[in-house]
Design a protein around this ligand. Structure first.
Ligand SMILES: [Zn+2]
Length: 384
């Protein structure tokens, strides 16, 4: 009996929603009676494991009441959620292959998407791709592309994902799909050993999704290797224009882009004054530059001022370093410094803005929630 309840609950809800849009009470009552008769007989057949007869009965009802396709989709979804994917597949395939039921192109597409979802839930990824590839040029192109990309992301078949994108009807592709495709291009680029090929792939990633920080950073690194420092600098500026939060991630490549320390200091000044960057690494570097140019006292003043507005462990560590002369002995200073460093090492440097996952190793895809470009350098007391 449990099966019966499971079936009837969402179906009656979906039915009520569909019919609620029509205000003719009489019609509603008549159809409800018809439907419950059809459902009761189908469900009792299903319970007796006479699936074929049950489906025939459902199809007959659908044929008489073509507006109620939502009910069957809702029913199949319940089967899928319960893990009885074979039943969901039977319902969808029977409806799609039935000669008795006349489906509108829209309903056919919806059923094909549902069927693909069944195969995905069953782990039959190859079979899911079949209905999806046909949908890439339909009104459901975006949903079909999202599902295809999800599959190729799992199988790490980046080129196949890109091909699916290129086969998709060009209008109406969601920002999320574009972002995914841009990372597919970046994944391909990172696998290539050819600088020219890499450059081309990163540029394509940017064409698909202009906010793809990963391709900008990767291109900046690539131009540095090719000794084209000016281009590298321009790209770093672009990254900071788009998302200043990534600044700490650039500190390992940025210094090499500059001709001398003065140019680097000018860049730091621009970051702090123009971009209002609160990153501790940027301010600590600035303090070092001030110490060199104006002496220890000015550097200390700078760090103390910054600590007052943005307290941070790394900033405090820098201050201790500059205060070294006030310690009783070198051993005393090193003891304190070691303790602070131990604390810093315990804390993560990066955090996923989508799920909160924290880590010391930066990656473009969050291993916890699988979102791309959501891991960012940590800010705040333990920030970098
Ligand atoms: Zn995450």
């Amino acid at each position: 009996m449990l099966e019966l309840l499971f079936l009837l609950l969402p179906v009656s809800v979906a039915y009520g929603w569909v019919m609620g849009k029509q205000s003719i009470k009489k019609e509603l009552l008549k159809q409800q009676a018809q439907m419950s008769r059809a459902l009761t007989s189908s469900v009792s057949l299903l319970l007796k494991n006479k699936e074929e007869q049950a489906l025939d009965s459902l199809i007959q009802y659908l044929n008489d009441n073509p507006q109620s396709i939502e009910n069957y989709i809702a029913m199949a979804q319940v089967f899928r959620k319960k893990g009885e994917i074979d039943k969901a597949i039977s319902i969808h395939e029977s409806l799609l292959n039935s000669e008795q039921v006349e489906l509108s192109p829209f309903d056919r597409e919806v059923l094909e998407l549902e069927l693909a979802q069944d195969f995905m839930s069953a782990g039959m990824l190859e079979r899911a791709l079949k209905p999806l590839s046909g949908l890439l040029k339909s009104d459901h192109a975006n949903e079909a592309l999202a599902m295809s990309l999800h599959i190729f992301e799992q199988t790490r078949e980046w080129q196949n994902g890109i091909d699916a994108y290129l086969n998709t009807k060009t209008t109406n592709i969601s920002a999320r799909n574009r972002q995914l495709v841009s990372h597919f291009y970046c994944e391909l680029a990172s696998l290539s050993n050819n600088a020219k090929n890499k450059k081309q792939l990163y540029k394509r990633a940017l064409k698909v999704h202009s906010d793809c920080i990963r391709s900008l950073v990767s291109l900046a690194q690539l131009y540095l290797v090719l000794n084209q420092k000016q281009k590298s600098r321009e790209l770093i500026v672009q990254v900071l224009d788009k998302d200043p939060n990534f600044a700490p991630a650039l500190f390992n490549i940025a210094p090499e882009c500059f001709v001398d320390e003065f140019e680097q200091a000018a860049w730091l000044y621009w970051l702090i004054k123009e971009k209002q960057i609160t990153s501790v690494s940027a301010h600590n570097q600035m303090a070092e530059y001030i110490v060199k140019e104006k002496g220890l006292e000015e550097g200390r003043k700078y760090i103390i001022n910054h600590l007052k507005s943005v307290p941070s462990v790394r900033g405090f560590s820098k201050l201790i370093e500059l205060e070294r002369e006030f310690f009783m002995s070198d051993a005393h200073f090193e003891q304190i410094q070691t303790l602070i460093n131990q604390y810093i090492e315990l804390k993560p440097n990066y955090e996923c803005k989508s799920c909160g996952f924290s880590t010391n190793h930066f990656s473009w895809r969050c291993p916890a929630c699988n979102n791309w470009q959501t891991i960012k350098p940590l800010i705040g007391l333990d920030g970098i």
